[in-house]
Structures are given as structure tokens and as C-alpha cells.
Design a protein around this ligand. Structure first.
Ligand SMILES: C[S@@+](CC[C@H](N)C(=O)[O-])C[C@H]1O[C@@H](n2cnc3c(N)ncnc32)[C@H](O)[C@@H]1O
Length: 432
């Protein structure tokens, strides 16, 4: 690179930032540039100086540069992170309806960009769990069962990505050190959103891309495989520090039949396991004679002889007709299965729900139980019917919900009253 000059585009590409950001560095004299035939050029030495300076100084723009190790998407009109976070908005929350005296458990009516910015004044680093279910950039309107438009999903393509990116920066700041975010999205745009999430939260903090089976298999005529799933991108604010309760998947009846097919008169469904394991014990208790038997050749008793006798006394050893003992393992003591990254939680049809695109509450409960504590605040800034808030309330978490659809406000006020969910309602009023 010696004795060469770089263009603004070269520098932007190198730093994985926008042209506007590079121009700001030049304007703020952080980056030295010379004007050559009407456009700015940066010498390679000046660029190296800039990199060196920024690699050691701890300030917001620097941590941004460090994060550029992540992949990032380039598109027109990409706003600067600093500007998103620190631009000033002048507005406040004004009460619509108060139903309790606690600080949290509230719904705020308004554009979530302004509401999230306002919340930064009071809730920076205080939210343990964000679940968001934004519009998916489909270009469509979503209607109620009475055919009224409930919300419009008309921001598409890169504009949609930028709409989301701006909000994700704000959400990141609101998350606590142990917090995490689940973003629900479809598979048309979801892979681009993954790259935006990498940029905002850091590739290292990506945990799972969960495939959610959303409906029954489709049988359409199109030359394509049936698309019956969408995706949930799960990131931690700080990987390995996130709240994680290792919720397990309960065994269903089909699995029970497969794994525990026998029925015990006293203990219910069960299966049996051998009471010996590979490896010979030299001189120890687990190699000795028990009830007239020795472990098979090259094996040892899995339990001490005292434990074996106790199990037998309690009727938990099954003896075959040929005198072979096996341990009885009960279905009722099964601890459930480790949850994998394909989840089946189908949504109900419009005639069964309060709001179009309303999400399955069992799905939300799994996320809330696994990734928040009872004292946690759960935030959903595209909350629609308030399904996330309702699940959080039922699980004794605090909640903050935001939506800018008047229909959402109506539905949440009505259904929360019906379902005894305590919530205060506010609206964001701009003072500009
Ligand atoms: C997919 S729906 C959410 C449905 C919700 N998860 C449920 O279970 O009912 C997306 C929601 O985002 C809201 N929304 C879209 N843009 C918004 C914005 N800028 N600020 C606040 N809410 C917004 C829409 O009004 C809509 O209710």
C-alpha cells in the first residue's frame, strides 16, 4: 500500500462502514485527507495511522470498528450507528389508561424507533429479554377478520433492513449484560437479517437459528417445496453470560410408547436397562457375587451391591424367566429432552385469534421460561395482540410492549381486561 492513495469508497469498504461515516471521520479531523481533482483521497500512511489510533482508544466509534470483523451488508442510505444512538428525540409518554401502580407492565402506543430511544433514558441495560416479531417486509397489508387493515407491511428490501437495523441498535443498548434477543422473521428476508444481526450484536453472540414449523404441510401447485417454516434468530448480548434455564422438552405419548413400552402395576410405564457395564472391577464391590450371580465376563455391576439389593427390595429389578436381572427405569422420572433447533408451534387461523399474524403462546412461553428470570423485564416492540406480554405476565415476568397500530391498542386493551392482565397504557407524544 506504500505511497498510494485510497478513495473514500476504498476506505469505507476496508472499514466496512458507509461513505458518510468516512466523510464524518474526515470532517472531524480523525482521518487526514487531501483533495485531488475535486475529490478526497487518503494516503495509505494516514490510513494506517487512523487504524492504529482507533485500535487502542476506547470510545464508541472504536468499538464499532472492532465489530467490523463481522460481516456487514452494504446498501444505500445506511445510517451511522453513532447517529442512530445519539441523535436527539424530543417526546414523552403520556398516560392513556392506568390499571396498576407498578412501574413496569406497560403498553406504549407509538413508533417504536422514538419509543425505544426514549426508553434508553430510563432502561439502558435493564431489559433481560427481547422477543420481536416485526413485519417481514412482504409489501402487503394485514387485515382483521372483518377485513379492516390492521397494519401495513409496506417497507421492503433494503429500506426494511435499515428500518430493522436502526431499532436493533437501540434494543442492543437496552439489553442487560445477561440479556438476549430472539428475532422472528421469514425465510425470504431472514438471511439478510442474520447479517444485520451479526453487525449489531457481533457474530460471536449468535447462538441459534431456530426453524419454527408454523403451519401444516402445504400442497400448492408451484414448482417449489412447501414452505411451512420460518426462523427465529437468537443472539446474546454477551455470549455465555446470557440467562439460560435449559428448559427441556417434555416426552410426548409417541416417544413414551417407543421408549417406555411396558406397564408396571405400581410404577406405571417403564423400560429396563442392564445392571452391568463394560470394564472389569479388580477386587471391588461391583465385581463381586450378588444374589448368586457375577457380572458377565469383562463387565462390572453398574451399582454397588447395597444399591442393587435396595432396588430389588423396592421392586425395581426385573428378573427374566432365565434369571437375568435388569433395572426398571420409569417414564415418570424422565427429565425431558434437550430442546433442539427445530420447533413445532403452529399458529392458529385468523378466526381463532385476536390479531392477524398472532404468534403461538406456547412458543413464547418456551422463550420466556428459558431466557428470563422472574424478576426480568421482557420487551416486545412489535407486540400486535400483546401475546408476548400476556405470556410474560402469566410467567410472573415484567413486560413492556410497543406498537403503532391503533387496532393493536384496541385489541390489547380489550383482551387484557378480559384475561385479567394488569397493564398501564401510554402513548408517545412528540414535542418537535
Ligand atoms: C407481525 S405483527 C406482530 C404480531 C404479534 N407478535 C402477535 O403475536 O400478535 C407486527 C406488528 O408490528 C407493528 N409495527 C410495525 N411497524 C411498527 C413501528 N414502527 N412501531 C411500532 N410497531 C410497529 C404492527 O402494527 C404489527 O402489530
Amino acid at each position: 500500500m506504500e505511497n498510494e492513495f485510497l478513495t473514500i469508497d476504498d476506505v469505507a469498504q476496508n472499514l466496512r462502514v458507509t461513505r458518510q461515516t468516512v466523510s464524518r471521520y474526515i470532517k472531524d479531523k480523525e482521518l487526514n485527507a487531501v483533495k485531488i481533482s475535486k475529490s478526497y483521497r487518503i494516503s495509505t500512511d494516514d490510513f494506517k495511522d487512523f487504524l492504529n489510533k482507533n485500535a487502542t482508544v476506547d470510545e464508541p466509534s472504536v468499538s464499532y470498528l472492532r465489530r467490523t470483523k463481522n460481516c456487514s451488508l452494504d446498501y444505500r442510505d445506511k445510517a451511522d450507528e453513532f447517529e442512530i444512538l445519539f441523535s436527539y428525540v424530543n417526546g414523552d409518554f403520556s398516560p392513556i389508561e392506568r390499571n396498576h401502580n407498578q412501574e413496569e407492565n406497560r403498553y406504549i402506543f407509538g413508533d417504536n424507533y422514538f419509543v425505544l430511544k426514549k426508553l434508553l433514558d430510563t432502561h439502558k441495560g435493564k431489559i433481560d429479554l427481547v422477543y420481536i416479531d416485526p413485519p417481514f417486509g412482504t409489501g402487503s397489508d394485514f387485515n382483521s377478520i372483518n377485513d379492516e387493515t390492521v397494519y401495513s407491511d409496506k417497507i421492503v428490501d433494503s429500506e426494511f433492513l435499515e428500518f430493522l437495523r436502526k431499532r436493533l441498535f437501540l434494543l442492543r443498548e437496552l439489553l442487560s449484560g445477561e440479556g438476549s434477543i430472539y428475532l422472528h422473521i421469514d425465510k425470504k428476508i431472514g438471511h439478510y437479517v442474520k447479517i444485520i444481526m451479526d453487525e449489531v450484536f457481533g457474530y460471536r453472540n449468535f447462538i441459534n437459528d431456530i426453524t419454527r414449523i408454523k403451519c401444516n404441510p402445504k400442497n400448492f401447485a408451484r414448482n417449489a417445496y412447501g414452505n411451512y417454516s420460518d426462523m427465529i434468530l437468537y443472539y446474546a448480548k454477551n455470549r455465555d453470560r446470557q440467562i439460560w434455564h435449559n428448559i427441556r422438552e417434555p416426552m410426548n405419548e409417541e416417544k413414551r410408547e417407543e421408549l417406555f413400552p411396558k406397564k408396571h402395576p405400581k410404577y406405571g410405564y417403564y423400560t429396563t436397562h442392564p445392571i452391568h457395564a463394560p470394564g472389569k472391577t479388580i477386587d471391588g464391590d461391583t465385581g463381586m457375587e450378588w444374589k448368586g450371580l457375577y457380572p458377565p465376563k469383562g463387565r462390572h455391576w453398574r451399582y454397588s451391591r447395597e444399591v442393587l439389593t435396595d432396588l430389588d427390595n423396592r421392586g425395581l429389578i426385573e428378573w427374566s424367566e432365565t434369571g437375568n436381572p435388569r433395572k426398571i427405569v420409569l417414564a415418570s422420572e424422565h427429565k425431558g429432552f434437550k430442546v433442539q433447533d427445530v420447533w413445532e408451534f403452529k399458529d392458529k387461523g385468523l378466526s381463532y385469534v385476536d390479531y392477524p399474524t398472532q404468534k403461538n403462546e406456547n412458543l413464547l412461553e418456551r422463550i420466556i421460561l428459558n431466557s428470563s428470570n422472574e424478576s426480568s423485564i421482557v420487551l416486545e416492540c412489535f407486540c400486535g395482540s400483546g401475546s408476548t406480554l400476556k405470556s410474560a405476565f402469566r410467567l410472573n415476568r415484567k413486560f413492556i410492549g410497543i406498537d403503532n397500530s391503533a387496532h393493536s391498542l384496541d385489541v390489547v386493551r380489550k383482551t387484557f381486561k378480559r384475561d385479567n392482565v394488569e397493564c398501564n397504557f401510554y402513548q408517545y407524544i412528540s414535542k418537535d
